[in-house]
Design a protein around this ligand. Structure first.
Ligand code: P5A
Length: 440
């Protein structure tokens, strides 16, 4: 992408409405624009990060054996009347009437909708286990939408739903998602701690919230300090029995403040951490809460109809954009983990119009693309200072900076956004240096 053709409306001033750093930086970096309270347009840079996060989530869901579908945003009220949640859900649900005066709603979640799909198509336990997921916009008319995309009214969620013949089988599905979540967040450079949690309006008797630590988080959390040293799970296979893996993780104490009970917590005071965190995922097992009232049965091995045992598994895809920034930024701007960065590398031409600077920049831009990098060529007319400030603000992990002066010495500068270190070298070695550093 050439910056001269890119819509990147960065702001110099700090927007007054933003109370936390991620909201401020997302507005300043031209990632989002508010449309109304808790509802945002995603501008090119924001959409790029959102899509990268979405893709990591998708790949890890697929790897865990879930099937991607797409359910609608607008649902008929009848399904919710059947489950009994239409009245329970209250003011958070946006209720709509169509031209025929039918009651519709903008989905805050999809348990009913997916149960309807399965009761239509599943006949026998032999079709199980099954996990269906989608990545779709939700609407919840939150009392206090705030902190930008972190607590929006319209937000993007990955929601998966598992169907099994028994509680034991459903536990296997739950464990798969538990491990898939650890893998997903680790790929984004995050440590997410699974915590026993309340089930709220989704229901059920087993639930974990996945929380990343940040001072501005809305949840108070208590956990054993060894959580900060747990190593991640990239090489666990979904073919193995995951119960020991889950047990190993859950053996370390971790609770949201709703579930923490000082009297029952046996962690020594010096080992117990009390911090704030952001909920980026939430998984539930709720048995036959929806399948019973909605008549979602299959024929069991004994030939008798049996209600499906279900779980649901959410990830706040749009919330993650803000959460990652909360976890990774400095005074100058965002520091993207490489896996979700909007661009892998920027080539910053300090003097567009200068023949040699233009030629070297164009060459590097092309080579970067050929090497498979998502590259940004800064060919804008901004001052050198403004260019560097923008690259740091939008958080491009690797920056190759060049101008007439450095080229006179046969050199470009390669800068790492995370460490701030910059090294001079010949233009020809810049990309191989970045590749080495990325793999190190
Ligand atoms: C699980 C999937 C559910 O809705 N039904 C389908 C279950 N769970 S949840 O905890 O209510 O939401 C799942 C995740 O969505 C994110 N989230 C939000 N993100 C931005 N703004 C909001 N207002 C919002 N509400 C929920 C969270 O990351 C949550 O873990």
């Amino acid at each position: 992408m050439r910056l001269s053709q890119y819509f990147l409306p960065v702001l110099k001033e700090n927007p007054k409405e933003a109370q936390i750093v991620s909201h401020r930086l997302m507005l300043r970096a031209g990632m989002i624009q508010q449309s109304s309270a808790g509802i945002y347009s995603w501008l090119p840079l924001g959409l790029k990060v959102l899509s990268k996060i979405e893709q990591i989530v998708r790949e890890e869901q697929n790897r865990a054996g879930a099937n991607e579908i797409k359910m609608p945003t607008i649902q008929p009220s009848e399904l919710w009347q059947e489950s009994g949640r239409y009245d329970d859900y209250g003011l958070e649900m946006l209720r709509i009437k169509d031209r025929h005066d039918r009651d519709m709603l903008y989905g805050p979640t999809n348990e009913e909708q997916v149960t309807d799909i399965c009761r239509t198509h599943l006949r026998s336990y032999k079709a199980l286990p099954l996990n269906l997921y989608h990545i779709q916009w939700k609407f919840r008319d939150e009392v206090r939408p705030r902190f930008g995309v972190m607590r929006g009214r319209e937000f993007l969620m990955k929601d998966a739903y598992s169907f099994d013949i028994s509680k034991e089988a459903a536990k296997i599905a739950y464990n798969k998602m538990f491990v898939a979540y650890l893998k997903t967040f680790a790929r984004m450079g995050l440590t997410a701690i699974p915590m026993e949690a309340d089930t709220g309006p989704i229901g059920g008797d087993m639930s974990h919230e996945f929380i990343i630590l940040a001072d501005t988080g809305e949840s108070g959390v208590f956990f054993h300090k060894d959580w900060l040293n747990t190593n991640m799970v990239a090489d666990i296979s979904f073919d193995e029995d995951l119960q020991p893996v889950v047990d190993q993780f859950t053996s370390l104490y971790a609770r949201t403040d709703e579930m923490h009970d000082a009297a029952q917590c046996d962690v020594a005071a010096e080992d117990l951490m009390e911090k704030r965190g952001i909920e980026v995922g939430h998984i539930f097992y709720f048995g036959t809460k929806y399948s019973d009232p909605m008549g979602a049965n299959v024929q069991g091995p004994d030939g008798k109809p049996q209600a499906l045992h279900m779980g649901s598994y959410g990830i706040g895809v749009s919330r993650l954009v803000g959460a990652i920034i909360e976890a990774s930024h400095d005074d100058r701007g965002i520091i993207w983990p490489e896996a979700v960065a909007p661009f892998d590398v920027a080539i910053v031409n300090l003097k567009p119009g200068h023949e040699q600077a233009d030629a070297v920049s164009a060459g590097l831009y092309q080579s970067a693309q050929e090497a498979g990098y998502d590259a940004l060529l800064d060919d804008s007319a901004d001052s050198a200072g403004a260019k560097m400030a923008t690259m740091d603000l939008i958080g491009v992990p690797w920056q190759i900076i060049l101008g007439p002066r450095s080229l006179d010495e046969g050199q470009v500068e390669v800068k790492c956004r995370r460490t701030g270190e910059s090294v001079k070298m010949s233009p020809d070695s810049a990309l191989s240096y970045i590749k080495e550093q990325k793999n190190a």
